[in-house]
Ligand binder design. Structure first.
Ligand code: AMP
Length: 272
């Protein structure tokens, strides 16, 4: 795997790299990330991953500073999964950056209590897209709202990029893999697995889907000391609250704090 440690180094090599499939990450890689590299292998393109902890998308300085970093292990994992290139940009990436304002739907779900988060996400991705010029990008649907916002961004800006969404990779307990899981102790991890348990329970009861069902599951999570930011049944594109499972597919999305760690998850409910 060829590693580029600066934007300049990458720019000088770009013309010789051919068509690229791009997997952006913030590092501390796990099987969720490598599943995206594995998806990329289905295409003829060379695969490029990036590792960059994007300051612009953090609202909490402590969260940014504590973000786990394991660069040597990350490189080894990417190499083992057949990634061709890795870009680890320097902070030059932020110089003269064009600020992107995410659309209204970014104020729903994770945007409610993380103002500006998706502006930061789209701002850095727009810059990465300009530098890397990929024609395929792969994102995880674990970050469902991010996936939809990036899909919309690509479409609305007529970018010549195909976006592919990878399914969420989970621990045997159901807990969605996340770099933030490394900040949980074993007892917290076991509590965190309740998030997926609740999503699956709502799915099993989807014929009775309504606000009362959602609220009872929220109470259940809170009985374990989980601080629920949101648990919502919503339209998969607009993220507006909806219970119309007889008319359309929905998404159940959750964000919650286990101790000080904020976790997210979601499950698609197919129309009845
Ligand atoms: P991050 O490093 O958290 O910014 O994530 C980089 C990419 O990996 C994003 O597209 C995430 O949605 C994706 N990702 C993170 N966790 C998982 C998971 N458990 N399963 C699938 N994709 C994931």
């Amino acid at each position: 795997m060829r590693i580029f440690k600066s934007i300049q180094e990458f720019n000088e090599a770009r013309d010789g790299l051919g068509k690229l499939s791009f997997v952006p990450t913030m590092g501390n890689l796990h099987k969720g990330h490598t599943s995206l590299v594995d998806i990329a292998k289905q295409f003829k393109n060379k695969i490029i991953a990036s590792i960059y902890v994007n300051k612009l998308q953090f609202n909490d300085d402590n969260d940014y500073l504590c973000y786990p970093k394991t660069i040597d292990e990350d490189i080894e994992l990417l190499e083992r999964h057949g990634c061709d290139y890795l870009l680890i940009p320097d902070d030059i990436i932020l110089e003269n950056i064009q600020r992107i304002q995410a659309p209204f739907k970014s104020t729903k779900l994770c945007g409610q209590n993380r103002p500006g988060h998706f502006d930061g996400v789209l701002t850095i991705l727009n810059k990465f897209f300009k530098i890397i010029d990929p024609n395929i990008v792969i994102f995880g649907k674990k970050d469902y709202q991010q996936f939809i916002l990036v899909k919309d961004f690509i479409k609305n800006n007529n970018l010549n990029i195909k976006i592919i969404g990878g399914n969420t990779i989970r621990e045997p307990s159901g807990l969605a893999l996340s770099s933030r899981n490394n900040l949980l102790c074993d007892a917290e991890k076991s509590i965190a697995s309740k998030l997926y348990e609740v999503l699956k329970d709502i799915e099993s009861d989807k014929d009775k889907l309504n606000l009362d069902l959602i609220n009872s599951k929220k109470d259940y999570l809170e009985s374990f000391g989980i601080n629920v930011d949101y648990l919502i049944s919503c339209d998969p594109e607009s993220f507006e609250e909806s219970y119309e499972i007889h008319n359309k597919n929905l998404v159940i999305a959750v964000a919650a704090f286990v101790g000080k760690i904020r976790l997210i998850d979601n499950l698609k409910l197919t129309k009845l």
